[in-house]
Design a protein around this ligand. Structure first.
Ligand SMILES: [Zn+2]
Length: 310
């Protein structure tokens, strides 16, 4: 480790846990730690923990002879990156929390606040599976479905901080209800949670999406049907994404990507069937795993730093 080397304090705050790291400007992680979010304590306590952990990481960097130059924080929900405000988050309980300024005051470091999936996409596009692609759509499929559209290393935020909500593309008008209040959204049909729910509904026995994938591969007709429905809906959603964004590479992350070829082989075929004049994107699995959010938060902080010093 180079003495005096620069690092970014990076935090990826989720509903259950926080992934935290010291990241070098080249994307290498020099130190990582995890903490519980414990969202049930309420948003003020969660903010307190975020600030304490960030301050602790900056102190750890200095103790190790490193220089913390910036702080990047990723949170779920609706994030106003320009104002640095966590506008709304169902699973952490944030409502208009000015997290960027709070962290900047506490740490005395330039700070950036980003959306967890958007910065995850940033990291996959610049350091991971979408590297060198230029135009990348990163789609995270877990309990929900969200995406990031990254062009030349920069993720679109949207006018209201809500770009990339591909999980709420309407794919089945007569489909199951979505958490957003409307029936038939992509994530109500094809998220990992939705797949488990659908299988349980038809079979009467609970199962995870991974188990449904395994049973489908083993030839169980019901699991095969549920998996097929999900893959078809995903292909519909991705075809819409490709019509809008014309990307070179679609990177699939989140828990569902763990299904590997059981997901990617039929999904690639189903997407191909839906494309007419649009060029077929490369469809690949995410490469950075659950580190993507932390790395992306660091990249966002470095981008902000570069802009401020210009
Ligand atoms: Zn929805």
């Amino acid at each position: 480790m180079t003495p005096g080397g620069e690092v970014v304090v990076a935090l990826d705050v989720g509903g259950t846990g926080m992934k935290c790291a010291l990241v070098r400007p080249d994307g290498a992680t020099v130190h990582a730690e995890r903490h519980a979010t414990d969202a049930a304590r309420g948003p003020e306590a969660v903010v307190g923990t975020i600030l304490d952990v960030a301050e602790g990481l900056a102190g750890k960097a200095r103790a190790d002879g490193l220089t913390p130059v910036a702080c990047g924080i990723a949170v779920p929900g609706v994030v106003d990156e320009a104002r640095g405000v966590a506008v709304w988050s169902a699973n952490v309980g944030f409502r208009d929390v000015p997290l960027r300024d709070l962290a900047r005051e506490r740490l005395g470091l330039p700070t950036a606040l980003g959306h967890d999936v958007r910065v995850g996409g940033l990291a996959e596009a610049r350091l991971g599976a979408g590297r060198d692609a230029g135009h990348v759509l990163f789609v995270a499929i877990g309990t929900g479905i969200a995406a990031a559209h990254v062009v030349d290393g920069s993720a679109a935020v949207g006018a209201h901080g809500a770009a990339g909500e591909i999980g709420h593309i309407l794919v089945r008008p007569d489909g199951p209800p979505c958490g957003c209040g409307r029936p038939g959204c992509l994530e109500a049909v094809a998220s990992a949670s939705a797949i488990g729910r659908r299988y349980a509904e038809l079979s009467g026995a609970p199962a995870t999406a991974a188990e449904v994938a395994d049973r489908a591969a083993a030839g169980e007709p019901l699991a095969g049907r549920v998996w097929r429905e999900a893959v078809d809906a995903l292909a519909d959603g991705l075809a819409t994404g490709q019509a809008l964004f014309d990307v070179a590479t679609i990177v699939i992350g989140g828990g569902l990507a763990q299904a590997g070829p059981r997901l990617f082989d039929p999904l690639r075929t189903a997407l191909r069937e839906r494309l007419t004049f649009h060029r077929e994107p490369r469809l690949v699995a995410a490469a950075l795993g659950d580190e993507a959010g932390c790395l992306g938060a660091a990249l966002l902080a470095l981008d902000t730093l570069a802009k401020e010093s210009r």
